[in-house]
Design a protein around this ligand. Structure first.
Ligand SMILES: [Zn+2]
Length: 125
């Protein structure tokens, strides 16, 4: 199995409600996002997927989040825009864009250099 891993970044503000502490106040992060796509075979050019395609898919999705207050986006209406929920949002959106034969294994969101979360889907394909 081959894995291609693409990392991109975006900046956004959020508030994490009902967990106490300063995270409940509006604050921002420079988030880093890593998408891991997998496939068992390569194409005739010897690549699994064009890096540029994965970057484009990620950038289209991250463009919806960049320089926004995430709490104001419809997806996060009623749920906290935690890194966990951000990872699920990105995972579901990236998966919609993948061509046949390629799977999305994981989306990882770094909220800081020292803290990250990953979402790997429901386990159902
Ligand atoms: Zn935060």
């Amino acid at each position: 199995m081959y894995e291609v891993i693409i990392k991109r970044e975006f900046s956004a503000a959020h508030m994490i409600k009902e967990i106490g502490g300063k995270c409940e106040q509006l604050h921002g992060h420079n988030f880093a996002v890593e998408a891991t796509v997998t496939a068992p075979v390569l194409n005739s050019e010897g690549i699994m997927v064009d890096f540029r395609d994965v970057k484009k898919w990620l950038d289209e999705i991250l463009g919806e989040l960049d320089h926004r207050c995430l709490n104001e986006l419809p997806y996060f209406s009623g749920i906290n825009p935690s890194s966990e929920n951000i990872a699920r949002f990105i995972f579901d959106r990236v998966r919609e864009k993948l061509p046949g034969g390629i799977s999305l294994a994981r989306v990882t969101v770094w909220e800081s250099e020292n803290a990250r979360v990953s979402y790997t889907g429901s386990g159902l394909s």
